[in-house]
Design a binder for this molecule. Structure first.
Ligand code: FES
Length: 63
């Protein structure tokens, strides 16, 4: 059983809870703060790969 959990929010981000390492395309680690990391899945975040709440403004439909 994994110690990492991913939750898909309705019309929102992927919430990842647990110890993970995030790297950009060049292999550089990206620091994330907090016990839960929200990854954008709407494509509209100004702070990708993280969710910045833009999904609510753009009317993202995750279904
Ligand atoms: S899912 Fe939240 S900004 Fe994209």
């Amino acid at each position: 059983m994994s110690d990492v959990n991913v939750t898909i929010r309705d019309n929102g981000p992927y919430l990842v809870q647990g110890a993970i390492t995030i790297k950009d395309q060049a292999g550089n680690e990206i620091e994330a703060t907090g016990p839960v990391v929200a990854f954008c899945r709407c494509g509209q975040s100004a702070g990708k790969p993280f969710c910045d709440g833009a999904h609510a403004k753009c009317g993202f439909d995750g279904s």
